[in-house]
Design a protein around this ligand. Structure first.
Ligand code: NDP
Length: 600
């Protein structure tokens, strides 16, 4: 076995691999799935059934309308109902609740964060997940369970796209229009449209020329492949030449299934993902019983977040690849008591990362038999430069004789033809072309959300955020009374377990509205001063999810280009990190003072 590369050799190799992938067009290499590409985002899973439009008057306004029926809308709805705010109307383009887990039905879809902390409201709904990392259908079923448990289907408008939202100052209500002719009125409006909800396509010359079947992974076309999200065999692919563009977290999960089903599978790779061990297993509630006393899910979530963000706890309840990354850094710090200050942490991070990535690269050699294929599957960057992946079948798939890795040495697929794609210097003929090309990140919020709310005095959110997101706690925006953004940006900004951000935000939203109702206030708005002070605090802290510009390009680091001011603002988080934010917001809600908000 060759000796492990030295730290200097690694730095050099990482820089060379990054240089191959840097492109002048950055994010603009991708195209929006609209216009001639609009059918890439149609809903393939639910037929739209005719219904009468909802036409509200000021007297029939609901308590809360919520744009988005994914985890954000579901946890917000649950918190609101639990706080006695009963008329909650979820509105979503999808034909059912579930958001990400409604759309992403590709074979092998599974959560990458342990289900005991990833699935919200387990205690409240009395559900215990079957595995440490559960599969997509089980997650979608849990979304439906939440909606049923909290009565969120009753007023939901599904297969319905919001086309506009305007503040009606006279009646202190939001007026929301939809593509189904609805005129919904609501005292309060939430927006929770998710960070990765708008599919994007690579802007390849000739992309419309392909004569075979093609689709994006978030709109899996089982009428082309056969099979089902539950793992039914994709028997229609048995005599097909299938190509997949992309090797990110989505592709890693579906490629093993395609490898088993396709006559021939061609994986077009620009940058390999890091594939760590998955080690999934069934969960036994009896075995875990001592750690499942009342309030357990909150304790588990907090334990994970403390450890994953570098803090200390007596025990690691979740014990997974995410907490392992942090544990290794802590171990390195303790190994070198002679070091101190921030440099000690940076050195510990670099050393533990080098070790981890060497392990990940060795695993490729251990699993993949063909040495050239193994070499091409090795990631040459720091683990957190891109989304870390965890899978126990992905690498082995390349040992199948019908699976072909088409490595492009960082160049990617060059163009699409009527017959297939051009990559690595030749044409590859295909019957089916699958785009595992990800989702928009770094484009304007209102473009991704699909709605540009018009607040007080005709101010649009896109105008208010022309220079980037400005908010109080990531939730309240001056000029937009009774509007609540549910997400992670400008709050905790915890990426490794997104639902933790959402559960906390939902609790905050419910507490604010309950407080407004208790004092019969019809308007809640953040003051300009409180908003500016919050943004200044975050700006000064400099903690922004913009990734490391020295990393290989990807959506984590704005495709390797320096982030604009607006992009940096959209990635800001609390200066002292997620745990500090969660503690802060818990206290802010609990005092009952809601400092920074005006109740009128
Ligand atoms: P990504 O944006 O991570 O991946 C897009 C892929 O397309 C990359 O491999 C990219 O290569 C590749 N690509 C783009 N253009 C070309 C081209 N011209 N030729 C070849 N390849 C190309 O999207 P995903 O859908 O995989 O994942 C998005 C995010 O969704 C994840 O990061 C994760 O946060 C989330 N996710 C979560 C899961 C979970 O929790 N279980 C599962 C799946 C996704 P390059 O790397 O070179 O840019």
């Amino acid at each position: 076995m060759a000796p492990a590369p030295t730290a200097d050799e690694l730095r050099e190799k990482y820089a060379a691999e990054r240089a191959k992938r840097l492109r002048a067009d950055g994010n603009d290499q991708y195209i929006e799935a609209s216009g001639v590409f609009a059918d890439y985002v149609d809903d393939p899973y639910t037929d739209v059934t005719p219904r009468a439009a909802v036409i509200d008057t000021p007297d029939t306004a609901c308590d809360v309308a919520f744009v988005g029926a994914g985890f954000s809308g579901l946890v917000a709805g649950a918190s609101l109902k639990s706080a006695g705010i009963n008329q909650v109307r979820l509105i979503d383009t999808a034909g059912d609740v579930g958001g990400t887990w409604y759309w992403n039905r590709y074979p092998g879809a599974q959560c990458d964060t342990a289900s005991l902390i990833y699935l919200p409201l387990l205690e409240e709904t009395g559900y215990f997940p079957s595995e440490k990392y559960v599969k997509g259908p089980e997650i979608h079923a849990h979304c439906q369970r939440i909606a049923n448990h909290f009565g969120l289907y009753d007023d939901a408008l599904l297969s319905t796209r919001v086309t506009g939202a305007r503040w009606d100052a006279e009646h202190h209500q939001w007026m929301i229009t939809t593509d189904r002719g609805d005129e919904v009125r609501a005292r309060h409006m939430g927006i929770g449209t998710g960070p990765l909800s708008k599919p994007k396509l690579p802007g390849l010359p000739g992309i419309t020329d392909f004569a075979g079947a093609s689709f994006h992974t978030s709109r899996w076309d089982y009428s082309v492949t056969g099979g089902s999200p539950d793992g039914g065999p994709m028997d229609l692919l048995a005599d097909k030449r299938v190509g997949i563009i992309g090797t990110g977290a989505t592709a890693v999960q579906c490629i093993p299934h395609l490898g088993r089903a396709a006559g021939e599978l061609f994986v077009f790779q620009r940058t390999p993902s890091s594939i760590d061990i998955r080690n999934n297993h069934a969960l036994d509630p009896d075995e875990l019983a001592p750690d499942l006393g009342p309030g357990w899910q909150r304790r588990w979530r907090e334990n994970f977040t403390v450890l994953q963000t570098g803090g200390f706890a007596d025990r690691d309840l979740v014990r997974d690849g995410w907490t392992d990354i942090a544990q290794r850094i802590r171990d390195k710090v303790l190994e070198h008591p002679e070091r101190s200050g921030p440099e000690a942490l940076v050195a510990a991070y670099h050393e533990s990362d080098d070790e981890k990535m060497n392990e990940i690269r060795s695993r490729v050699d251990d699993v993949v038999s063909d040495p050239a294929t193994a070499e091409a599957l090795k990631p040459w960057y720091r683990q957190l430069c891109k989304r870390p992946c965890f899978h126990d079948d992905y690498l082995d798939t390349y040992n199948r004789s019908n699976v072909h890795l088409v490595d492009t040495d960082g160049r990617g697929v060059e163009s699409v033809t009527e017959r297939g794609v051009i990559a690595a210097g030749r044409e590859w003929e295909l019957d089916v072309l699958i785009f595992a090309s990800g989702f928009e990140v770094g484009t304007e919020f209102t473009r991704r959300a699909g709605v540009d709310p018009v607040g007080r005095d005709g101010l649009t959110l896109s105008a208010a955020w022309a220079d980037g997101m400005v908010s109080f706690h990531g939730m309240h925006v001056h000029g937009f009374p009774n509007m609540y953004v549910i997400g992670h940006a400008q709050g905790a900004n915890l990426i490794s377990n997104v639902p933790h951000n959402l559960v906390e935000a939902a609790a905050t939203m419910a507490a604010v509205i309950a407080h407004a109702d208790a004092r019969a206030a019809t308007e809640v708005e953040v003051t300009a001063t409180a908003e500016a002070e919050w943004v200044d605090l975050l700006d000064a802290g400099g903690r922004s999810f913009g990734g490391d510009p020295t990393c290989t390009p990807g959506y984590y680091n704005n495709e390797g280009q320096e982030a604009s001011g607006a992009q940096r603002r959209a990635g800001l988080g609390h200066p002292d990190g997620p745990v500090a934010y969660f503690n802060y917001i818990d206290q802010w809600r609990s005092t009952g003072e809601f400092t920074g908000l005006q109740f009128r």
